[in-house]
Write a new protein. Structure first.
Length: 322
């Protein structure tokens, strides 16, 4: 980490929020356990807290000086727990209430980005009365259907046929997770992700990671459990392109008012005219398992896992970020 070594006592009593009630509970337990061990390895007085199994009264009674949010998805990454911590006046890691609640919603995020000319794949909202033929006519017949407020590729289907029934089935599958569902134009190309540390003008992008999944099928299974998925960091793209993507991601991050840390998922469309990045989403509480992408990007910059955890924790705050 840059800067002088931090005194572990200066952090006081730290709560590591992990588990939670979202579909990503399992991943969050892995993230939170890693964070907890890292903090303890550096002499910090850190304690786990699982909002799914412990009453909030215990969170208040614990009198934490700071909270590290290692929750993912709803009730952890969506502004709700951030609101609880604001109310209890416990400084916490990552984005505040507003940016968290915006970023959890891929549709709102895309609307804001599109309005500021940040490239994001073309999309349509799907409803019970939607004319799927029209959607295919507008977006093409290679689509990704996704619930707007889920993570870890849960409820996402790739549809690559003219068959409207397939699109209807994908819509149905996504509806199991959210009542708002979008179809996005499928971007064929390389997949990148950009980790960001800090807030506002001090925010900085870490080296990009390229994800190469077997059969270009980056699903829940390969994301967390497959040995076949390859991660390349720094991503083997040209320097100017990496810098462009990083600048774009920083702008997209600041535009949503995000702070502390985050990670933006990007697809790189490639055709005869060159490469064009399309931003998919901002994760305001990204995975922090030992295999996760933000720790990988940090490592490429010489920041080890425990230093990364400390850097994120040292920025814990209340109120408006950035
Ligand atoms: N429009 C798209 N074009 C190509 N691939 C996509 C598109 N949207 C999503 N994907 C693939 O699905 C994965 C998950 O999508 P994403 O929007 O990041 O949702 P989440 O990570 O919250 O499940 C991405 O990492 C990417 O591999
Ligand atoms: Mg994603």
């Amino acid at each position: 980490m840059t800067g002088p070594a931090l005194d572990p006592k200066s952090f006081g009593k730290v709560g590591v929020l992990l588990g939670g009630r979202s579909a990503e509970r399992e991943v969050s337990i892995m993230s939170g356990t890693g964070v907890l061990q890292a903090l303890r390895s550096r002499g910090i007085d850190a304690h786990p807290f699982d909002p799914a199994t412990q009453p909030l009264a215990e969170l208040e009674a614990a009198r934490f000086d700071r909270a590290f949010i290692a929750l993912h998805g709803r009730f952890g990454e969506d502004g709700t727990i951030q609101g609880v911590l604001e109310t209890l006046r416990v400084p916490y890691t990552g984005s505040g209430v507003q940016a968290s609640s915006i970023a959890i919603d891929k549709l709102i995020t895309k609307r804001l980005w599109a309005a500021e000319e940040i490239p994001t794949p073309a999309w349509r909202e799907l409803h019970a009365h939607t004319d799927f033929g029209q959607v295919v006519a507008e977006l093409g017949d290679a689509l990704i259907v996704k619930p707007v407020r889920e993570g870890s590729t849960i409820g996402i289907t790739k549809v690559t046929s003219h068959d409207r029934n397939e699109l209807a089935a994908a819509h149905e599958a996504a509806l199991a997770y959210d009542d708002v569902v979008i179809a996005e134009e499928l971007i064929r190309g390389r997949e990148l992700t950009c980790a960001i540390l800090g807030s506002g003008v001090a925010a900085r992008a870490l080296p990009l990671v390229e994800i190469r999944a077997p059969g270009a099928n980056y699903d829940y299974q390969s994301k967390y459990f497959s040995d076949e998925t390859q991660y390349l960091c720094p991503a083997p793209v040209e320097d100017w392109l990496a810098r462009d993507v990083q600048q774009l991601c920083l702008r997209a991050y600041n535009l949503l008012g995000a702070g502390g840390w985050g990670r933006i998922d990007v697809m790189l469309h490639q055709d005869a005219r060159g490469d064009k990045p399309y931003l998919l989403e901002l994760n305001t509480s990204p995975g922090m398992t030992s295999h996760s992408l933000v720790p990988m990007a940090a490592r490429a910059e010489g920041i080890d896992y425990a230093d990364l955890v400390l850097e994120i924790l040292s920025q814990a705050s209340l109120g408006v970020r950035a």
